[in-house]
Design a protein around this ligand. Structure first.
Ligand code: DAH
Length: 338
């Protein structure tokens, strides 16, 4: 082998390394030139056979051969590994894309959709109202006294210009009755805002589902029966009982808090219902005559029931979610479970 031939071979090998399409191809290049039976043997033989005067030149050429090919292989290897994924192959644009898993609905969305479809089947339609409310719809028309603690700026987010972030979905009742005549049968799912400190069960931004049924002769018994039917469908359980505990809300009279018999232990008492046998689903009651009057309805002609349920609470119970914050952090591994 002549001196120039060594340098030519060095160049050829380096360019073969530079265009290797994958790590296996690159390894073949290494074996072909630097391997035990590779062309390096020819180079070393030429060095051995070189006359004394040119030995030094052959020695340097042999070094260039080893070093340059090795360097070209290292460089290509780094490029293949960084740009072409673990297999070290170049991108084949004719292959179908890698499946990264489909999206899932958020548990809050799931619960609202499920609840909505049950109430729809019961003859309710969906109503909406603005998140930015005024005091009239959020408090006054709902018969909330001027000194009621829920109006306090430490509980409610007030904005410049007299608006506030609605603290419940109840103002949707008012907006609906202002523009529609009875009979009314609506639910109103939506966001609510309160100045609450976040912990495992509280969030400053949460969701409620409001319900309103107004007609002649609507009674508390209708409320009980309808909520019982709703919980049966939601929990997919035949045997669900409802109980009502007296409570107070400014916009209903009488007012109640509604519990259903625990879907896990059927009322016997377990961890989910904190050994009481009952789980609360929300507040409710018979629409206060003052509320009807504020909307232009005649309380002598119609009666109605209303209820408000916390969506996060229901989602946590239904899906066994231990901390409300999980619902807002949106970790994919959490969301993929639903
Ligand atoms: N607005 C109430 C709350 O946020 C929930 C509620 C209670 C709504 C009774 C109602 C109702 O419509 O009748 O706590």
């Amino acid at each position: 082998m002549k001196l120039e031939e060594i340098d030519t071979l060095t160049g050829t090998a380096a360019s073969e390394a530079a265009v290797a399409v994958d790590l296996a191809g690159l390894e073949e290049v290494r074996i072909r030139y630097l391997g035990r039976n590779g062309r390096i043997n020819d180079v070393m033989e030429a060095l051995k056979a070189a006359p004394r005067e040119t030995k030094k030149d052959f020695g340097q050429a042999a070094n260039r051969f080893k070093q340059q090919i090795q360097a070209a292989i290292e460089e290509r290897k780094a490029a293949l590994e960084s740009s072409a994924g673990p297999a070290g192959s170049m991108v084949d644009t004719s292959l179908p894309g890698a499946w990264r898993g489909g999206g899932k609905l958020h548990p809050i969305t799931l619960l609202i959709q499920r609840a909505t479809s049950i109430f729809r089947s019961m003859g309710f339609t969906v109503a909406e109202g603005p998140d930015l409310e005024d005091e009239f719809h959020n408090f006054d028309a709902l018969n909330t006294p001027a000194n009621h603690p829920s109006r306090d700026p430490s509980d409610t987010f007030y904005l410049d210009g007299g608006l506030l972030l609605r603290t419940h979905t109840s103002p949707v009742q008012i907006r609906y009755m202002e523009t529609q005549q009875p009979p009314v049968r609506i639910i109103a799912p939506g966001r609510c805002y309160r100045r609450d400190t976040m912990d495992a069960t509280h969030s400053a931004n949460f969701h409620q589902i409001e319900g309103l049924y107004v007609d002649r002769d609507v009674s508390l018994a209708n409320l009980k029966g309808d909520l019982e039917y709703f919980v049966r469908k939601l929990m997919n359980l035949e045997d669900v009982r409802i109980r009502m505990r007296p409570h107070f809300f400014p916009f209903t009279e009488p007012s109640v808090e509604v519990d259903y018999s625990c879907h896990v232990c059927q009322g016997k008492g377990c961890r989910v219902c904190k050994h009481s046998g009952w789980i609360e689903i929300g507040g409710a009651g018979m629409v206060d005559p003052n509320v009807f009057q504020a909307c232009g309805y005649d309380p002598e002609q119609v009666t109605g029931y209303a209820f408000g349920m916390g969506v996060e609470r229901m989602a946590m119970i239904l899906f066994g979610i231990p901390d409300i914050r999980l619902l807002y952090e949106n970790h994919v591994r959490f969301l993929q479970q639903f």
